[in-house]
Write a protein that binds this ligand. Sequence first.
Ligand code: BGC
Length: 246
Amino acid sequence: MQTLGIDIGGSALKGAPVDTTTGRLTGERFRIDTPENLTPAAMAKAVAAMAAHFKWRGPIGVGFPGVIEDATIWTSANLHKKFIGTDGAKLFGRAAGCPVAMVNDAAAAGIAEMHFGAGRGFMGKTLLLTLGTGVGSCFAYQGVVTPLELGHFPWGQDGVSVERFIAASVLDQQKLSWPEWGGRLRDYVAVLEKLLWPELIIIGGGVSADHRKFFKYIKPRAQLVPAEFFNNAGIVGAAIWAAEKK
Ligand code: BGC
């Protein structure tokens, strides 16, 4: 089965048609930059442009960086606040003229990695973190993925979301060295290990391509591996979600 996977992120949306039985992209990935903070209506236009680019007629899976319940978007930490309370399937489905299934972006990445990537065939407890504009998270056990919001774990004296200290965007903005940033990740992962006891930790997001520069500072009990899909996990997982959603 082929579905179109779209990954909505802080600075762009990316999409591609995916063969959901293999996890392979069947067309070249297309990217639409979103330098401004798009309103839901403007984002819907971008989703429609994505569908039009692929001349798409069929199911679409959309990964969104927020809490999703059924199709309703309940949080939007790094995108426009007007998304909060919006039915994403209706908004994007009407614009694209295709049925849309909504999923959290990090859960989508987890679905891709558990099906065809770094967690393939692993039935134990798996924690996946995506390091990008924000910090995404999900947990898998027996291969079943649960979305989490561990990027909003209260951190520091003021208890602000930990993603403000450890997102990949912070590494760039604050010009942190790899050991500095790696040390922050180590402290955070140590807390998560106490709470969740994962056996496998998968790190995704674009920065995972540089894993050799910072994995050595994290030192977890669990096995630590980079995501295999790197930047395509969100696309592939959203596509699988659209194909499998009951
Ligand atoms: C959002 C999550 C999302 C993560 C990564 C966080 O700010 O709350 O839902 O998975 O960013 O995009």
